[in-house]
Design a binder for this molecule. Structure first.
Ligand SMILES: C[S@@+](CC[C@H](N)C(=O)[O-])C[C@H]1O[C@@H](n2cnc3c(N)ncnc32)[C@H](O)[C@@H]1O
Length: 206
């Protein structure tokens, strides 16, 4: 039977698709709150966390609470509607420790060695250039950064193959829906393939 491809390798989805997805998330969240799933990632108070592919921001409030006032959450997405949605949340819920950033799909305006933990939930299947993506996550993560990478709508063997081929991350532990990765030990950061030129996409610092 032919498998439905849920936005595989599209990066940026059409606005209407984003709005439908956001609505589905709100309804789903009403019956089964989504944000608690990040509790088991080991997010520490005072840490810098990146929600990569944050979408409408279902996990942002929780992440903000987990890092506390001394910590910082970057909400990164390729879609301007995601950024808009998280900005609304920040204002409504007075989240002083959350910053939004829009990526062009290759690069994001976060300095090298910034994040203690990056989580990328339900989005890896959407990424077109997985090597650049994983290299960029490696660049913005600290040397001992933890990457929580959900398969999204792709089988585990496909996500594993991508991680292994990238050479940037090593899979430390596997869970049913996600993998816990650590920066590749044998990879000098300078060996990471150069990223395509930053296209100067909109940067939304809040
Ligand atoms: C299915 S939503 C998941 C949103 C959120 N992570 C969650 O679990 O609720 C996928 C999100 O990833 C974003 N996305 C897709 N490709 C991306 C990329 N290369 N870089 C950043 N965000 C991306 C999409 O715009 C979308 O908002």
């Amino acid at each position: 039977m032919k498998k439905i491809k849920y936005g595989s390798e599209v990066d940026k989805m059409p606005n209407v698709a984003f709005r439908i997805m956001a609505l589905i998330f709100i309804i789903r969240n009403f019956f089964k709150p989504m944000d608690r799933c990040i509790d088991k990632f080991g997010i520490e108070k005072g840490s810098v966390v990146i929600d990569y592919g944050c979408g409408p921001g279902m996990h942002i409030n929780r992440a903000s609470g987990l890092v506390g006032n001394e910590g910082l959450v970057y909400a990164v997405d390729i879609h301007e509607l995601a950024i808009k949605s998280v900005k609304k949340l920040i204002t409504k819920q007075k989240l002083c420790n959350v910053k939004t950033l829009q990526t062009d799909g290759n690069k994001v305006e976060i300095s090298d060695n910034t994040a203690d933990l990056i989580y990328a939930l339900d989005m890896f299947h959407m990424v077109k250039d997985y090597k650049s993506f994983l290299a960029e996550l490696n660049r913005i993560g600290k040397c001992d950064c933890t990457l929580i990478l959900e398969d999204g709508h792709q089988p585990r063997n496909k996500s594993k193959e991508k991680v292994e081929k990238s050479g940037c991350w090593e899979i430390e532990k596997e869970h049913k829906k996600y993998m816990i990765c650590k920066p590749g030990r044998n990879v000098e950061r300078s060996e990471i393939p150069p990223l395509r030129e930053w296209k100067g996409g909109i940067t939304n610092n809040t």
